[in-house]
Design a protein around this ligand. Structure first.
Ligand SMILES: Nc1ncnc2c1ncn2[C@@H]1O[C@H](COP(=O)(O)OP(=O)(O)OP(=O)(O)O)[C@@H](O)[C@H]1O
Length: 339
């Protein structure tokens, strides 16, 4: 049985439609009018225990509204939802014991308290005994290196430190499902890697993860399944690798050379399947290539044969590019080999 199951999950917000000023308010009292906003429109989703699912879509697609219904904060307008056998909004407290939530842009730590006090408050709120708490903290410390953070108030933490502390706060009660919303936003690469490795570890340990992010790296590192939401509806639910192979194959390599090249023609001639163009300065070149047709090593070898390469950077395609292609109808849900 899936750990998380939603059928026809729908949320319609109703906003009072009134003219400004007192007269508008009075008129609204007499004749009420509302504008309806369908935020989530019949989502069917089944997630098995231990799965890691990327839940993506453009701004306003309905991701947060879905997560709020899954965590019991919002009551669905229609449809059904069960998380670990419970209807979240009917069992908010019990549901809260089973889930963890991390918002990259907000913190659930008490701003003016040392991290250790925030964690202790959460321990008490969840009724965790001292022995179990010590074990969990030890396990979290081993991967998140909490030691230096514990005596520090949340307001004094760097963004990366705060994220490590927030992950600990979300996991201190060992939830079976964790919702992560942009968990690596604003973090530098080293910290990003660490957060991703940690999330991979909890997935390997059996935790179910639902990840909302615009960072393709997060998704690739953590999830095998991609669910794309648009206008409140799921437009794709399937294997991440299939989508990437089909629609996110282009890589862009930025090369910095020791000297301006006599011409980009030599490199282009060695790479007939790639597109070579001028970079931002006269010592830079940009090579765009399909990673299934040409490897990054081939591109570097071709460039090095023609000029002295002093620096290299590769841009990965953004998940938005993939999402945009889905909207353009280039990838259809249920298409052969991808769903
Ligand atoms: N409390 C609310 N009252 C009225 N409308 C709302 C409310 N919350 C969300 N909406 C609307 O519902 C739609 C879906 O919003 P939601 O926040 O779920 O999208 P999202 O995919 O999480 O977007 P983002 O990536 O910007 O966070 C939007 O049109 C939003 O304006």
């Amino acid at each position: 049985m899936p750990l998380l199951e939603a059928e026809g999950l729908t949320k319609v917000f109703r906003r009072p439609d009134k003219d400004p000023g007192l007269r508008g308010s009075l008129r609204h009292l007499v004749r009420r009018r509302y504008t309806e906003q369908v935020a989530v429109a019949g989502v069917d989703l089944a997630v098995e225990a231990g799965e890691a699912v990327a839940y993506v879509g453009p701004n306003g697609a309905g991701k947060s509204t879905t997560v709020k219904m899954l965590s019991g904060i919002l009551v669905p307008t229609a449809g059904s939802v069960r998380v670990a056998g419970l209807v979240p909004h009917e069992n908010r407290v019990e549901n809260a014991r089973r889930i963890g939530v991390v918002f990259g842009q907000r913190t659930q730590l008490w701003w003016d308290l040392p991290v250790q006090d925030s964690l202790a408050l959460l321990r008490d709120m969840h009724g965790i005994g001292p022995k179990r708490y010590a074990q969990v903290l030890e396990r979290l410390d081993a991967v998140l290196e909490l030691g230096e953070l514990l005596p520090t108030t949340a307001r004094k933490l760097s963004l990366g430190q705060r994220m490590r502390a927030d992950l600990a706060a979300a996991l201190v009660h060992e939830p079976s499902i964790v919702y992560l919303d942009e968990p690596t936003i604003g973090l530098d690469l080293a910290v990003k890697d660490r957060v991703r490795a940690f999330v991979r570890q909890i997935v390997a340990d059996g935790t179910t993860v639902m990840l909302t992010t615009h960072d393709l790296g997060d998704i690739e590192d953590i999830c095998r399944r991609l669910v794309i939401l648009d206008g409140g509806r799921i437009v794709y639910d399937g294997d991440l690798q299939a989508v990437k192979d089909a629609y996110a194959r282009d890589r862009v390599m930025h090369l910095t050379l020791a000297e301006p090249p006599a011409s980009a023609g030599g490199i282009a001639a060695r790479l007939p399947l790639a597109r070579v163009s001028d970079g931002a300065t006269d010592r830079e070149l940009t090579v765009t290539f399909d990673r299934l047709a040409v490897s990054a090593v081939d591109v570097l070898a071709a460039a090095s044969a023609e000029a002295e390469v002093v620096d290299v950077r590769i841009d990965e395609p953004a998940i938005e590019d993939v999402v945009r292609k889905v909207y353009a109808g280039e990838l259809r849900p249920g298409a052969e080999g991808v769903a």
